[in-house]
Design a protein around this ligand. Structure first.
Ligand code: MOS
Length: 727
């Protein structure tokens, strides 16, 4: 099916019976009972599993002269040790920048350089510690991103250039010109990267893993090992968080495959927690210079955003200017991003790549400009709303209700009653402050397919879509139930198996809109099959029955199996519109008047993201993302050891994420708008939007509480304490 014009009135979903209604997560009981097997727990899939354990490089870059694995091979329980020197460098798939295994070149710290396979986990781990490696380290490397930014600033072509930005700054009534810093961040999902691989005979490969993108994972394995993808089966039915860290193939599956081929038995391997920091990917640190120019009426005349981030050569880095061409109306703009090569682990996508770190800076700058103009920061954002893409005024937004997000939020939060004087409100030992920030994130779409099979009144839907904790099982089941007129209980969703039709996968917050559209396409095709089968036209499907003319029969009475496969393709009419998602975050903090310690007191997000397919699972996405934003604001920072070229705080003790207890009150309001351009269900994603802007709302609240403007994340007490008002 092709989606080739905006969705109009749709009796299936507008005023629908299942879609848009609160439904609990269908796989929830399996998870809380501990019987939903995650990758490392797939004890059932194949007998005789052995345990793999990785060894990571101890240098940031250079070469391996030799590896002595003699003691490891002789250790108890060890079946095999394969080192990087034992095999040719493996091929690199499109989205992997660093080589995952093989050869003597070390590109980053903790690059996998050996795998031990043993009868128990403890034996494998103990043996890995016995491996002796002789390195020829490279020269000390440069890790100074600020210096790189200064070197690059103003060089190269801007990504977006509108009007004469320099003239706008000359003529402005008010100007903001500041530097902002965001640190490198780690996905730190609960479940580590883990795989069980059976490649016992070096022929067919079966991979039980934890991955967001089944089809990409299969192709990446095929490219890496130089085999036909048809010989690889990938399953990933339960994923304990991904956040972008599981978009691409990582070393867990590669090492398990190598180990399995070597010993002729299935091997399971999870990356130890420290490997998450230096072996896998992360969100790069950014340096950002933001200049805003405004007229006396508060309208922006110029936005100038230039930034730098780092990655290995060829890596994606982090583009914190991603939102800037689209978010606020302005007469002129200049937007430019630089990716700097650095001898650090590859940086890549993490939840809302680009916008998450970009809005951490831009939304502070907006607060600063509002103050410079003497305007309320909510009002200032409203004044600068736009209904067309500011970098391409021919292109209207498909739907944009940002102003309503701000207004609804201000009212619900009690914004009017806040003290506008920084440092002006005390509650016992705490200085109290309020902050606001806008949220923006693109609404991407991907083709997505599914197979629908009806038998005996029960519907089975298969798609390789993943559920990374987001609620895919539930919203896809709702979609199928709605289209087929069946109760949720009559629908079984089977996900994340490479034997199923290729879906969008989970990433870029495109999963919900894309994969529900794919299930819609397959179920509409099934409806046609059923109509053809019965020889009727345009039947209605409701209450488990198919109804047309004189025909009125229960789906359960249809004989045999009826099957349909289809996928949703996206028409190019969508390029006529800018499709995005919007929100507003409001935060109240307390800052300790003596120590500068920051505590969140309450948070509110108002969200404009098309139809909300399921307010229960969507709300979970929002509050999870807001919690992640609190971590980004207050504590998350990968600490770079510039002497060793590695991230030093590589565990959850040293890398602190926000948790439930850090946030006493969190509210979410969905505008539940409908975006007919976005998808047949008029839905857009919410999974990444919720993170966008949160940290800036917090930093702005800290400013309101204390009068201390921190532009360098995380907002820790050492950056506040010197500027606290006298007690
Ligand atoms: Mo997302 S960072 O594309 O999983």
């Amino acid at each position: 099916m092709e989606f080739n014009q905006p969705a109009g009135e749709n009796t299936l979903f507008d005023g629908g019976r299942v879609v848009g209604k609160p439904h609990r997560r269908v796989e929830g009981p399996l998870k809380v009972a501990g019987v939903a097997p995650y990758a490392y727990e797939r004890h059932d899939v194949v007998a005789g599993q052995l345990y793999g354990y990785p060894l990571g490089a101890g240098i940031a870059h250079g070469r391996i002269r030799s590896i002595d694995a003699g003691a490891a091979r002789a250790a108890p329980g060890v079946r095999a040790v394969v080192t990087a020197l034992d095999i040719e460098p493996l091929d690199i798939w499109d989205y992997n920048v660093a080589r995952l295994f093989g050869g003597d070149v070390v590109e980053h710290y903790h690059q996998a350089i050996a795998v031990v396979v043993a009868e128990s986990f403890e034996q494998a781990r103990a043996a890995a510690a016995l491996i002796e490696v002789d390195y020829a380290p490279g020269d000390p490397a440069d890790y100074d991103l600020d210096a790189a930014f200064r070197r690059l600033e103003g060089t190269g072509e801007p990504g977006t250039l509108v009007g004469d930005v320099e003239a706008a700054f000359r003529d402005a009534a008010a100007v903001v010109d500041q530097m902002y810093h965001t640190p490198s961040q780690s996905h730190m999902m609960m479940e580590p990267h883990a795989s069980v691989v059976d490649w016992s005979d070096g022929g067919e490969m079966t991979v039980w893993t934890s991955n967001q993108m089944i089809a990409w994972n299969r192709q990446a394995l095929a490219t890496t090992f130089g085999i036909d993808p048809e010989r690889i089966r990938v399953e990933s039915p339960y994923v304990g968080g991904g956040f972008g860290g599981k978009l691409w193939l990582r070393a867990d599956a590669v090492l398990a495959a190598i180990g399995s081929r070597e010993v002729g038995a299935p091997v399971k391997l999870a990356l130890p927690r420290p490997f998450m920091m230096n072996n896998t990917t992360h969100r790069s640190a950014t340096v950002q210079r933001i200049r805003l120019a405004a007229g006396p009426d508060g309208k922006l005349k110029g936005i100038w955003h230039e930034a730098a981030s780092h990655s290995l050569p060829g890596g994606r880095g982090e583009n914190p200017t991603a939102q800037t061409p689209f978010f606020y109306g302005t007469e002129t703009m200049r937007v430019q991003n630089h990716v700097v090569d650095m001898k650090l682990p590859e940086s890549s996508d993490m939840r809302a790549p680009g916008e998450a770190s970009g809005l951490m800076a831009l939304e502070i700058a907006m607060d600063e400009m509002a103050e410079a103009l003497g305007m309320d920061p909510v009002r200032f954002r409203i004044v600068n709303d736009t209904q067309v893409n500011p970098s391409n005024p021919e292109q209207p937004f498909s739907e944009r209700h940002f102003v309503e997000c701000l207004e609804r939020g201000a009212e619900a939060f009690g914004w009017e009653t806040r003290n506008t004087t920084p440092g002006g409100t005390r509650d016992g030992q705490w200085l109290v402050g309020h902050g606001v920030a806008g949220a923006f994130r693109g609404a991407l779409l991907m083709p997505s397919g599914a197979r629908a099979v009806l038998e005996g009144g029960r519907l089975v839907v298969e798609t390789d879509m993943t559920d990374i904790g987001t609620g895919s099982y539930t919203i896809l089941g709702q979609t199928a139930a709605e289209v087929m007129g069946l109760p949720m209980e009559a629908v079984e969703m089977r996900l994340a198996n490479s034997a199923f039709p290729v879906s969008s996968g989970s990433g870029g917050q495109f999963g919900a809109a894309s994969s529900t559209a794919g299930v819609y396409a397959a179920c509409m095709a099934l409806r046609e099959r059923i109509a053809g089968h019965l020889g009727v036209e345009d039947p209605e499907f409701r209450d488990g029955r198919v109804i047309a003319g004189n025909t009125n029969m229960a789906l359960a009475e249809l004989e045999g199996q009826i099957e349909a496969v289809d996928s949703m393709e996206w028409g190019d009419f969508q390029s006529r519109y800018q499709m995005s998602t919007f929100g507003a975050h409001f935060v109240e903090v307390g800052v300790h008047a003596a120590t500068g310690e920051v505590r969140v007191r309450r948070m509110l997000a108002v969200v404009d993201s098309g139809r909300i397919l399921n307010p229960v699972t969507a709300r979970s996405q929002l509050i999870g993302a807001m919690t992640m934003g609190v971590g980004a604001a207050l504590s998350e920072e990968m600490a770079l050891d510039t002497a060793k070229g590695m991230f030093a705080n590589h565990d959850l003790a040293g890398y602190e994420v926000a948790v439930h207890a850090d946030i006493p009150e969190q509210e979410v309001i969905f505008l539940d708008t409908l975006d007919g351009v976005a998808s047949p269900l008029k839905a857009k994603g919410v999974g990444e939007l919720g993170l966008c802007g949160v940290a800036a709302a917090l930093a702005n609240a800290v400013y309101n509480a204390t009068g201390v403007r921190v532009r360098d994340y995380p907002v820790t007490l050492d950056k506040i304490i010197g500027g606290l008002p006298a007690i």
